[in-house]
Design a protein around this ligand. Structure first.
Ligand code: MF3
Ligand code: CO
Length: 249
């Protein structure tokens, strides 16, 4: 599969999509607290995106039923929003994708619900840092697996594990383009990174073992050992000036 390089004009368009996704996350951050349901958060985000003339990227994708993915505690990714109120001390991963003027932005963040214990705090900190260590490797001349390796190295040396079954991805006019970007692997493998590559990096970090299974709804992925899991994702561009995060304001 070909990696589609974007011109600087196309990257500017992708930044507009990314910024809208970032604003949707700001909205989520304002509302995550004990008592709200993930279904309510989903409606807030959907109304926001539609008001801004954006198209939610997930709804209808292979039949996915909602605008956001809402993954509570041991849910790794692809949790479906529901009517259960969030409880103090939980962690909530929210993944949002949107098309603006034909380009896709995709970003996920894991939020604490109220105050959380030290174990959860530390998982969130390690997951966030894993994303930024991966982004740091998205430089011209590096190879793709340098990103993967940096993520795995950081997560495992912190005493946590990385999920193998789901990967990051190229992104552009489609939500998923080549290449796939695993969050584990030896360095120095895969294609060399070039200016104009646009990538969604999305490490999923488990407090316990790495293995996951998918529930009978065919979406919800959970840790087999029921340990907490955190997911952080940004859409980025590889440029002459280094990695540029597109899903920020
Ligand atoms: N960030 C995820 C991904 O890139 C979200 C997809 S959820 C789906 O695959 F429902 F659209 F599949
Ligand atoms: Co993604």
């Amino acid at each position: 599969m070909m990696i589609i390089l974007k011109s600087s004009e196309e990257i500017r368009a992708m930044r507009r999509a990314g910024q809208l996704v970032a604003r949707a996350h700001e909205l989520v951050a304002e509302h995550v607290k004990p008592g709200i349901t993930t279904g309510e958060i989903d409606r807030l985000v959907e109304d926001f995106l539609l008001d801004e003339n954006a198209k939610p990227a997930f709804k209808g994708y292979h039949g996915y039923p909602a605008t956001i993915c809402a993954s509570v505690n041991e849910v790794v990714v692809h949790g479906i929003p529901n009517d259960t109120p969030l409880e103090e001390g939980a962690i909530l991963g929210v993944d949002i994708g949107a098309f603006v003027d034909g380009f896709c932005g995709d970003a996920a963040w894991t939020y604490p619900v109220g105050s959380v214990d030290e174990a959860a705090e530390s998982l969130l900190a390690v997951g966030k840092e894993a994303l930024f260590r991966g982004i740091e490797q998205a430089r011209i001349g590096n190879r793709l697996s340098d990103i993967s390796h940096a993520v795995q190295q950081w997560v495992e040396s912190s005493g946590f594990s990385v999920v193998r079954e789901f990967v990051g991805h190229g992104i552009g006019r489609s939500m998923h383009e080549a290449p796939q970007i695993p969050n584990f692997g030896v360095p120095g493998r895969g294609p060399r990174l070039k200016a104009g590559m646009t990538l969604a990096l999305e490490p999923m970090v488990n407090a316990g073992r790495a293995s996951v299974r998918v529930l009978s709804d065919n979406w919800t992925a959970v840790t087999v050992d029921q340990s907490l899991s955190a997911h952080f994702e940004h859409t980025i561009a590889v440029t002459e000036e280094g990695p540029v995060i597109l899903t920020v304001l």
